[in-house]
Design a protein around this ligand. Structure first.
Ligand code: ZN
Length: 129
C-alpha cells in the first residue's frame, strides 16, 4: 500500500510504496525524507467508560426527578425539574429496550419516571388549590 505524505522541506506530495521509516529522496527538492507510518484508523474500541455507556443516565434521571419532587416544598415550578427527570427517565426506558445492559439499573429509571410524574401532578394540584 502506498503511503502518501508531504515533504517536510518543500511541501511536495510524495507517494511511496516502501515501508515506514525508509528514507527516500523527495522528487522535487531532493531532500532525504523518512516515510512516515501509514495513518492507522482505529475502530472505536476504547475502554467503555461509565458515561460512554450511558449507565449513569438512570441515576441522573432519578436524581433530577427526586430534586423536582423535593423542590415542590419550595415552589411548584420545581415540577419542571421533575418533568425533565421523567422525560429523561422515559428516554432511557425507550433506549434500554434495545440494549438493556447499557443504561444502568432499570428500577432507578422507573422510579425517575414515577417521581417526575408525581411531582407534576402535585404541582398541578398546588396551582389549583
Ligand atoms: Zn521536497
Amino acid at each position: 500500500m502506498a503511503t502518501t505524505f508531504e515533504c517536510p522541506g518543500c511541501g511536495e506530495t510524495v507517494s511511496v510504496e516502501g515501508p515506514a521509516g525508509e528514507v527516500v529522496p523527495c522528487p522535487r527538492c531532493g531532500r532525504d525524507i523518512a516515510v512516515p507510518p501509514a495513518p492507522v484508523v482505529l475502530d472505536y474500541a476504547g475502554a467503555p467508560s461509565r458515561w460512554a455507556n450511558h449507565e449513569g443516565l438512570a441515576d441522573v434521571a432519578f436524581i433530577i426527578s427526586f430534586v423536582g419532587l423535593v423542590g415542590l416544598v419550595v415552589t411548584e415550578f420545581a415540577a419542571i425539574v421533575g418533568l425533565i427527570g421523567a422525560g429523561l427517565g422515559t428516554y432511557v426506558l425507550v433506549k434500554s429496550r434495545r440494549r438493556p445492559n447499557r443504561y444502568g439499573q432499570r428500577h432507578w429509571v422507573v422510579a425517575a419516571v414515577y417521581l417526575g410524574g408525581v411531582s407534576v401532578f402535585v404541582a398541578i394540584a398546588m396551582l389549583i388549590i
